[in-house]
Design a protein around this ligand. Structure first.
Ligand code: C2E
Ligand code: MG
Ligand code: MG
Ligand code: MG
Length: 306
């Protein structure tokens, strides 16, 4: 591969590698400062109950507005935070911001559980237990806290994860398994996990954005006996989504689909009995103020008669 790239391929590879490394080191320094400088803030994305259309809860998603580079993607700076040992500080900051927002919504008479993403590295911190306790014992009071942990985070040390999730559950925290289907879940461990929901990873939904039973003339190709490889992929993804929903229900879990981008996918998920969904079709991650307007008519406590 390097030989094929020709003229100074290896030298260029090393130069690029060094540049990328330097770039990441710079970003890590900037991120360290960002936590203090209020460059980190939260977006909230609604998760919809597919039966009622109401907002069930919102997911808090961290954003970084870098002073010179603009918005850095969450996946990028979360990875850097983990490698640079900054994820603890970042998570603490996210929990403070989400808790303040939860108090504000609660004070406004809105019932909005907030789900916060927790990395494998911080799941086992005693500090997380303290934060969960404080969240539910604050004045003014906050709404419910939920956490999302990835399948790989809990399946690496399942016995330890089960213990820690049990402690969190005892503190009133609901737990979802994020990016479900991308890790290697042991069914026995999954059965014993004190979790209330699984979130089907977005990658499975991408293929279901088009109906597998409908032909896509533009994509048809004769070499594959009239069936495009994309069609087979879609059929498989569709069957996988159906299986995951059934598996989740067998384990008495709420099943949430992420990455739902259009009405057709939402309708198909409804038909398959999926409980909740999240995606651009229902609402993008946005600032709390923007979301509050959408929550008010749905979630406001009834006004007492005058
Ligand atoms: P995630 O927890 O699986 O979050 C869902 C991601 O999918 C979000 O990306 C969201 O913006 C995106 N998304 C939602 N609906 C759609 C859709 O319909 N189409 C498409 N294409 N994308 C959709 P985001 O905000 O960039 O976050 C990426 C990942 O970064 C998250 O994946 C999560 O693993 C991590 N992350 C974000 N905030 C935090 C945080 O505060 N703490 C930790 N530990 N991780 C975080
Ligand atoms: Mg998540
Ligand atoms: Mg997810
Ligand atoms: Mg995901």
């Amino acid at each position: 591969y390097l030989a094929k790239s020709g003229g100074g391929g290896i030298a260029r590879y090393h130069a690029e590698h060094d540049r990328a490394r330097l770039h990441r080191l710079e970003l890590a320094d900037d991120l360290r400062a960002a936590v203090d400088a209020a460059q980190l803030y939260l977006n909230y994305q609604p998760v919809i109950d597919l039966r009622t259309g109401d907002v069930d809860h919102v997911e808090a998603l961290c954003r970084w507005q870098h002073p010179r580079r603009g918005n850095v993607s969450a996946q990028t700076f979360i990875d850097i935070a983990e490698q640079a040992g900054l994820i603890g500080d970042l998570t603490r900051h996210v929990l403070v911001l989400a808790h303040q927002q939860s108090q504000a919504w609660r004070s406004a008479g809105l019932h909005v559980p907030i789900a916060v993403n927790i990395s494998a590295t911080t799941l086992h911190d005693a500090e997380l237990l303290q934060a969960a306790y404080d969240w539910h014992h604050s004045d003014p009071p906050a709404g419910p806290l939920e956490i999302e942990v990835t399948e790989s985070a809990v399946m690496t040390h399942p016995a330890l994860a089960i213990e820690q999730l049990q402690r969190l559950t005892n503190l009133g925290v609901r737990v979802s398994i994020d990016d479900f289907g991308t890790g290697y879940s042991s069914l026995a461990h999954l059965r014993d996990m004190p979790v209330h929901a699984v979130k089907i990873d977005r990658s499975f939904l991408v293929g279901t954005h088009q109906d597998p039973s409908v032909e896509h003339p533009a994509e048809r190709s004769v070499e594959h006996g009239g069936q495009h490889p994309g069609d087979r992929r879609r059929q498989r993804d569709h069957a996988l989504v159906e299986s995951i929903i059934q598996l989740g229900h067998t384990l008495d879990l709420t099943v949430i689909a992420e990455g739902v981008e259009n009405a057709q996918t939402a309708q198909r998920l409804r038909e398959l009995g999926c409980d909740e969904a999240q995606g651009f079709h229902f609402g993008r991650p946005q600032l709390a103020q923007q979301l509050t307007a959408a929550l008010r008519p749905l979630r406001a406590e009834p006004t007492p008669p005058a």
